[in-house]
Each structure stands twice: as C-alpha cells, then as structure tokens.
Design a protein around this ligand. Structure first.
Ligand SMILES: Nc1ncnc2c1ncn2[C@@H]1O[C@H](COP(=O)(O)OP(=O)(O)OP(=O)(O)O)[C@@H](O)[C@H]1O
Ligand SMILES: [Mg+2]
Length: 410
C-alpha cells in the first residue's frame, strides 16, 4: 500500500517519491474503538512549511514535537546536512531526548523500532547553570546575551511598558545617551543622568537591576544554531515568560537575518553556477506557541515571528507551532499554516479556528473527524492544505525518553 505524504506537491512526489520525509505515524481507518492502523503517514521535510500542532492538555502535542525532531535526526545525511533545528523548550522536557525510551521497548517493537537516544545539543541560560546542574539536567553548553544586543524597543517590550507613557519615554531618552556597547550598569547610569522625575527614574532603575537576576546576560555567547544537521534545544523552563519571549525574539531575529543573507548568496551562486557552502534551512519548533505569537496583544517576539510566518518561505524557514488553543494563536500564523496536526480538541472556539482555515475545501466537518478518533493518546487528524485532504493518524511512539508525562498521586 503506498504511503501518504502530507505537505508535498505532485512535482516533488514524482521527483523524490518518499525521500526526505518524516515518519509521523500511521493512517487510522475506521471510527472509535474499531479504528485500525494502515499505511504510514509521512511529512515532507525538503520544503519550508508552517505546521501547527494543537490539542487539549495531555493529548500528545509535545510528544509529537519530539517525534518530529527524532525524524529530523533520522533523515539521511545528504538531506540532513541541508537542515538544522532549533527547539524552544518551555517546560524543560526535551533534554531527555538524549536517552533511549527503554520503557517503550515493547510498544516500539510493533513499529519495528528500538529505544534510541538522539544526538541533540541542549543549551541553558548562562546564569542558571547551578540550578540546572543541581537538578541533574544533562546540558551541553550555556548561552547569554550582551545587554547592548537589546534595543530600547526590546526593553520596553520585555518590561511591558508603553512607549508613550512616562517610563517608556524615559527609557528611550536614556538609551539615546548610550554608545555601542553597554552593560546594565551603564544603562542605569544613563537613566540617572537623564532629565525626569525621581520616582520614575527609580522605577526604571529597579527594573534594570532586576533584569540582572534573569540569568541571561553575560558576554554574549550564543551557540551557532545554523549549523549543518544540528539540533539545538533551548531550555527556557526556568526563565520568566516575558524574558522567554525576548529570548525567542533575539534567537529568531538572528536565525532570520542570517538565513536571508545566506539565501541571497546561494541565489547569486546559482546564477553564476558556482558552488558555495550552504547554510542549512532551519526548522524552528516552538512549544506553547500562543505565548509568543498571541491572537491578542503582542510580545517582543510577535514581530519577528510574524515576519517569518509571512516571509519565511523564501529563505527556507519552517515553523512548527504547538499550542493548546489555536484560537489564541495569531490569525496570520493560522492563515499561513499549510499543515495542521490536531489531537483531540473540544472547545468550540478552537475547533472554529481550525474550521476557518480549512473551510475552503473541507467536505466534512472537522468535528466529525475529531469525534471519530479513538480515545487514545497520540491520535490526531492531519489537515493537508497541499492536497486539500484530511487524515486520521496515530502518531508513532517515541524512541527517546519523553519527560512530559503526568505524575500520578498514588
Ligand atoms: N503518540 C503517542 N503514543 C503513545 N503515547 C503518547 C503519544 N502521544 C502522547 N502520549 C502520552 O500522552 C502523554 C501526554 O503527552 P504530551 O506531554 O505530549 O501532552 P501535551 O499535549 O503536550 O500536553 P500539555 O498541553 O499539558 O503540554 C505522554 O506523556 C505520553 O504518555
Ligand atoms: Mg506539552
């Protein structure tokens, strides 16, 4: 029986068959408890995509993200060398991908697979090293930013200030006094030297003093993320949410600008028919994505992520966005999504959000498909904008250790 490949157009299918795809799981045929597994379901990995993964709490979103990453590692070298992945881990559950899922050995047998640890690089904020070490987390290196890598706008965003209110205005005025490279102490001094009310200056100074405790500032040490075949996991689990969005913004900006510049060089080389070393096409995977690209309001990461959503295809950037609540995700991200993988969802708002994107071609109601799913973890429907089709799938088990399972009280 032929495999189902989602996200791949007919031309590519003719040319490449199933080469360069990720094994997501198997097609589920039938309804409810009578459903059975048939052909493999594969996701195209050679073109850029926006893949949105949704589902209620505990239905398998993070697990599925892990499956995608495992599959990226398993791609053959000649394809893998042109890709790299950056996973934003907000719960601290992906560092365990280095260890094999021994407890799933039996289940994996049914899929002709074995428990396997994967070669991923785990990075944590430099100032949190002691906490991670004492928790026994196996990380590879740390990262930090220089305060001068943040613009006045970034600071306003991360402090949640209004640029037109006194504190926001004071901050911008103070930044006008700063030179190229500055520390937090330099910023505080600039605030003191700026004209303004004492109370406001103090309020701003306190915010900057508090920022020293975030554990992310240092001499600017960012691992190179755009490295051939590299899988980087940024563990932001101990970082406050406003700072996480800032980190995601900074990392995404770096990735985007580097990749846009690289694409330009590649195109030039194509025209001149010369060969250059390729910069890999990144997959950016974000768990709990509605926190970075929300439907209401904005975060420091909103602008750059929206830019990638709209313009990321050309530089070859894939975004994988996991969220419990698709209707809380920015409408542009949903509108540009070409693959939706939805585990069970029940809230009407969320189902409506999915319907709105796919309404143009859907013969059946999304609700009907979701209701037909058996009551198992890891089952989902997949909406493929490319073939305008919808499939029920059982996501394959993880080969590496998944740290996100619920604790039991007994
Ligand atoms: N494909 C699967 N095969 C087997 N078990 C699965 C699968 N997907 C999920 N599970 C089980 O369900 C549990 C919860 O999955 P996961 O942590 O991915 O939930 P989630 O949707 O990310 O939840 P939350 O919204 O709370 O983060 C996993 O620990 C695992 O035991
Ligand atoms: Mg999760």
């Amino acid at each position: 029986m032929p495999e189902i490949v989602v996200g791949r157009n007919d031309d590519d299918t003719r040319k490449y068959g199933t080469e360069g795809t990720l094994l997501l799981g198997k097609h589920l045929v039938g309804t409810g408890e009578d459903a059975h597994l048939t052909t493999p379901v594969l996701i195209d990995a050679i073109r850029p995509h926006i893949l949105t993964i949704t589902g209620k709490r505990g239905e398998g979103k993070s697990f599925t993200l892990g499956v995608v990453v495992e599959e990226l590692v398993k791609l053959p070298q000649h394809i893998k060398k042109n890709l790299c992945s950056i996973l934003i881990d907000t719960q601290g559950i992906f560092w365990t991908m280095k260890s094999p899922a021994e407890k799933s050995a039996q289940m994996l047998k049914g899929w002709n697979m074995q428990p396997t640890g994967f070669d991923v690089q785990v990075y944590i904020p430099a100032g949190q090293e002691r906490t991670f070490s004492s928790a026994g987390v196996d990380y590879d290196d740390t990262f930090s930013f220089a305060p001068s890598e943040l613009s006045a706008e970034d600071w306003i965003g991360v402090f949640g200030l209004d640029p037109n209110e006194p504190l926001g205005i004071l901050l911008q005025k103070s930044f006008a006094k700063l030179s190229d490279k500055y520390s937090i102490n330099d910023i505080v001094e600039a605030v003191r030297a700026t004209e303004g009310f004492e109370m406001e200056k103090l309020g701003l100074e306190n915010r900057f003093e508090a920022a020293k405790g975030w554990g992310i500032f240092g001499e600017s040490r960012m691992p190179s993320l755009l490295e051939s075949a590299k899988i980087s996991i940024l563990d932001l689990s101990l970082t406050p949410q406003n700072v996480r969005t800032l980190l995601v913004a900074l990392a995404s900006k770096k990735i985007y600008t580097e990749r846009v510049a690289a694409r330009r060089k590649e195109e030039l080389a194509e025209i001149e028919m010369s060969s250059i070393k390729r910069t890999p096409m990144p997959w950016i995977l974000i768990d709990e994505a509605h926190n970075y690209l929300p439907s209401e309001g904005s975060t420091p990461a909103t602008n750059i992520l929206n830019r990638i959503v709209k313009e990321g295809r050309q530089p070859g950037i894939t975004l994988v966005l996991a969220t419990q609540m698709p209707y809380k995700l920015h409408p542009d991200a949903l509108a540009q999504t070409d693959l939706i993988l939805s585990h069970r969802l029940t809230a009407k708002n969320d189902i409506d959000a999915l319907k709105a994107i796919m309404q143009t071609y859907m013969l059946y109601d999304v609700t009907k498909y979701i209701n037909e799913l058996p009551k198992l973890k890891g089952v989902a429907i997949i909406l493929d904008d490319n073939s305008e089709r919808i499939y029920k799938v059982r996501v394959r088990p993880r080969q590496s250790w998944h740290a996100g399972s619920s604790p039991v009280a007994i």
